[in-house]
Design a protein around this ligand. Sequence first.
Ligand code: NDP
Length: 300
Amino acid sequence: MKILLLGKNGQVGWELQRALAPLGQVIALDRNGRNGLCGDLTDLQGLATTVRQLAPDVIVNAAAYTAVDKAESEQALATLINAEAPGVLAREAALLNAWLIHYSTDYVFDGSGEDRWQEDAFTRPLSAYGRSKLEGEIAITTSGARAVVLRTSWVYAARGHNFAKTMLHLAAERDVLNVVADQYGAPTGAELIADVTALILRKLDDQHGDSQLAGTYHLAAAGETTWHGFAQFVLSDASRKGIPLKVTAEQVGAISTEAYPLPAPRPRNSRLALGKIEKTFNLKMPPWQQGVQRMLDEIQ
Ligand code: NDP
């Protein structure tokens, strides 16, 4: 299997380099490209030429514009990277009869209600980032390419900046720490996303690229928490390990979304239904705490 991986140094891209390695030849690119190959999602012509030149069996697109708040003032750039470039990848994949694996987000939903979002639930993004990601999904699903779109949520990884590391840092420095307690979702490790992606590719290969498997799936860890619950989990683990903190898990204040205004509104309910991915690919998503615990062991 020849795999073109884009966005190799992001949280998910980095883990994909590891997880995809046993599947075949992986050509992994970041925005700088290499050997004349283009990995820059703002260069639509360069991307198309690179796909044609390599003729991969699978394109895995882990590159994205992920600066959620900045996207409010950089809508054109977010749309170029999150919607137009995936559209080009999908069209090139269709021409080659290659598979496209792409990642999307819980931010395509408006966060209303308390039920878990099914894959076919109505979408209504609240932010420019969410809109750009939804446009990317639409560009892919209308391209005619065989594609798997994996919507995930609250991604963290040992490598890169993330919420858990920020909480550890703030709890060591500050006297008071308040965290939003009315947004619900599941922290999902880049490791899990990458491993599940590899399992999906194995199944596609085993089933000779059965087009019935194409579609949108929700890929998140099992269970749910709030950002406040996530912060408490991280800080109690740190205390157990003897890391000195000024703010303990019990002292983290629970605040409302309104008390922490940000340029881009966030969905309150980011609970993703996992039944479709579990059933189709015969998987069982682990509880979110498991991956977070592993990541904390790694970074501490
Ligand atoms: P990261 O921000 O960690 O990685 C994104 C990668 O895309 C970075 O390596 C970045 O490179 C690269 N990139 C940005 N612009 C370009 C460009 N013009 N050309 C090429 N590469 C570019 O994101 P994640 O790994 O967390 O996200 C993976 C996927 O999951 C994305 O599709 C994202 O939308 C989705 N997702 C993420 C969530 C999260 O909480 N992070 C939640 C839900 C979904 P550089 O470092 O050089 O900027």
